[in-house]
Design a protein around this ligand. Structure first.
Ligand SMILES: *[C@@H]1O[C@H](CO)[C@@H](O)[C@H](O)[C@H]1NC(C)=O
Ligand SMILES: *[C@@H]1O[C@H](CO)[C@@H](O)[C@H](O)[C@H]1NC(C)=O
Ligand SMILES: *[C@@H]1O[C@H](CO)[C@@H](O)[C@H](O)[C@H]1NC(C)=O
Length: 378
C-alpha cells in the first residue's frame, strides 16, 4: 500500500491512464505525513490492505487488485465524501460461496473507474446453467447497500458476474451512471443464469442512467422502494425491465418509479410487472415511457399478479394492487411465436391505468388476459 498526498496522484494519473502495466510504485512523499488527513490518496494493490485502511483515505485507488477467493473486497463504512477509483483490471478468485465480491457503504461516496479499467468477475468459472437455483453456490457481485447522501457509481465496466450483478438496497440519493455489465459470454450453451443487472430494494431516490446490460435475467428488477428512475438504458439477452416480483419480503411497496428512454432487445420480455400470489403490498405510480422493443421471445408487455416461488400460477390474487400505472410510447416487435401483451389481474386489483402510444406487434394476441382495467388492452 502506498499513501501519498493528492498532488502525487495527479502526477501519477496520466501515466496510469495510457499504460497497461501496473501503476508505478514509487515511494510516497512521507515528508507530507502531517497532511495525510482528509486529502489523503491511497493506492492499494491488495484487497486486504484496502479493507484495513479504507477509513484513512479520502481517495482510494484500487490498482489492479486480484481479490483472493472467498473474500469480499470490503469498502463498507467509508468516511463521508470518499472517492473510490478502480484502475486496471480487478479480478476475483474462484470459490463456491454467496459473496458479495465487492461491498461498499457510506455517505456522499463516489465510485468510478479510470479509463480502460474492468471489473472482471470471471463468471464462467461458476456458470452451470442453474444460476441461484442450484448447482454451484455462486457469489453475488456488487453490494451497493446503505449508500446515502449524494453517492454515485459512475462508468464502471463489469464483466461476467457469476450470478446477480448489482444489489442496491437501503440506499437514498444514489446515482448510477453509465455502468456497463457485459455477461454476454454466458449466453454460450445457456450457462449464465440469474445474472440480474440491477436489483433494487428498500431504497429512495435512486437514478440509474445510461446502463448497458447484456445478461440472462432481469435488466432491472425493483422489489420495493420509492423515487426510482431508470433511463437511457440498453438491455439485451435478459428478461426485461421489471418491477417485482413484489410481495413476500419485509418491504413490499413500490411507488414513484420512472423507467424511460430505453431499449430492450433479444430478451424474454420487454416491460414486466409481477406480484406474488397471496402476498400483500402495493405497486403505485409506475411510469414506463419511450421504451423500444425488438426480438422479444415471450411477452412484449407482461403484468401478472400470480407469482409463486418464481413461477406464475395462472391464478391472480389481489393483495398487491397495481394502481396509477402509466405506459406511454412503448413500441416495437416481438417474435412471431411470442405474445404481444399479457395482463393477468385479480378482480379489482389493477386500476387507474393510463396507456398511450402502446404499439407492440409481431406476436400473438393473448386470449388469457383477465380483469384488464380500463385504459389498457391485451
Ligand atoms: C454518461 O455518459 C453520457 C454520454 O456519453 C455523458 O453525457 C454523461 O456525462 C455521462 N455521465 C457521467 C456521470 O459521467
Ligand atoms: C405499504 O403500503 C401499504 C398500503 O398502501 C401501507 O399501509 C403501508 O404502510 C406501506 N408500508 C411501508 C413500509 O411503506
Ligand atoms: C427515446 O429513447 C431513445 C433511446 O431509446 C432516445 O434516444 C430518445 O431521445 C428518446 N426520446 C425522447 C423524446 O426522450
Amino acid at each position: 500500500m502506498i499513501c501519498s498526498v493528492e498532488f502525487l496522484l495527479l502526477i501519477l494519473g496520466p501515466a496510469v491512464l495510457v499504460s497497461a502495466t501496473p501503476t508505478p510504485t514509487t515511494a510516497p512523499d512521507l515528508k507530507n505525513a502531517a497532511v495525510l488527513d482528509r486529502r489523503t490518496t491511497c493506492i492499494f494493490t491488495a484487497a486486504s490492505a484496502a479493507s484495513a485502511s479504507k477509513t484513512s483515505c479520502a481517495t482510494i485507488v484500487l490498482d489492479n487488485i486480484a481479490v483472493p477467493s472467498g473474500v469480499t473486497l470490503d469498502l463498507t463504512g467509508l468516511n463521508s465524501g470518499t472517492h473510490v477509483i478502480f484502475e486496471g483490471e480487478t479480478t476475483w478468485g474462484y470459490e463456491e460461496w454467496s459473496g458479495p465480491l465487492f461491498s461498499v457503504s457510506g455517505e456522499n461516496v463516489a465510485i468510478s473507474g479510470a479509463p480502460g479499467h474492468s471489473l472482471n468477475a470471471n463468471g464462467a468459472l461458476w456458470w452451470d446453467g442453474q444460476g441461484s437455483n442450484g448447482g454451484k453456490t455462486k457469489p453475488k457481485f456488487f453490494a451497493a447497500h446503505s449508500l446515502t447522501g449524494k453517492s454515485s457509481i459512475t462508468g464502471l465496466n463489469v464483466l461476467n458476474t457469476p450470478v446477480q450483478a448489482f444489489s442496491v438496497n437501503s440506499c437514498t440519493g444514489l446515482t448510477i451512471s453509465n455502468v456497463t455489465i457485459d455477461n454476454s459470454a454466458g449466453d454460450v450453451d445457456s450457462l449464465g443464469h440469474n445474472t440480474d443487472g440491477f436489483d433494487v430494494g428498500s431504497s429512495t431516490d435512486v437514478t440509474i442512467s445510461g446502463a448497458v446490460v447484456k445478461n440472462q435475467d432481469d435488466c432491472l428488477a425493483i422489489n420495493s422502494g420509492t423515487g426510482i428512475t431508470f433511463t437511457g438504458g440498453a438491455c439485451s439477452g435478459g428478461h426485461g425491465l421489471s418491477i417485482g416480483s413484489v410481495g413476500g419480503r419485509s418491504d413490499n411497496n413500490v411507488s414513484d418509479i420512472t423507467i424511460s428512454s430505453s431499449t430492450i432487445t433479444n430478451s424474454a420480455n420487454g416491460v414486466r410487472i409481477k406480484t406474488v400470489s397471496g402476498a400483500t403490498g402495493s405497486v403505485s405510480g409506475v411510469k414506463y415511457d419511450n421504451i423500444t422493443l425488438s426480438s422479444i421471445s415471450t411477452y412484449g408487455i407482461v403484468i401478472e399478479q400470480d407469482y409463486e416461488n418464481g413461477s406464475p400460477t395462472g391464478i391472480p390474487t389481489t393483495g398487491v394492487p397495481i394502481t396509477d400505472l402509466t405506459l406511454s410510447n412503448i413500441k416495437g416487435t416481438v417474435d412471431s411465436d411470442a405474445t404481444n401483451i399479457y395482463i393477468l389481474c385479480g378482480s379489482g386489483s389493477c386500476s387507474d391505468w393510463t396507456w398511450s402510444g402502446v404499439a407492440v406487434t409481431g406476436g400473438k394476441e393473448s386470449t388469457a388476459c383477465e380483469n384488464i382495467p380500463s385504459g389498457a388492452s391485451c
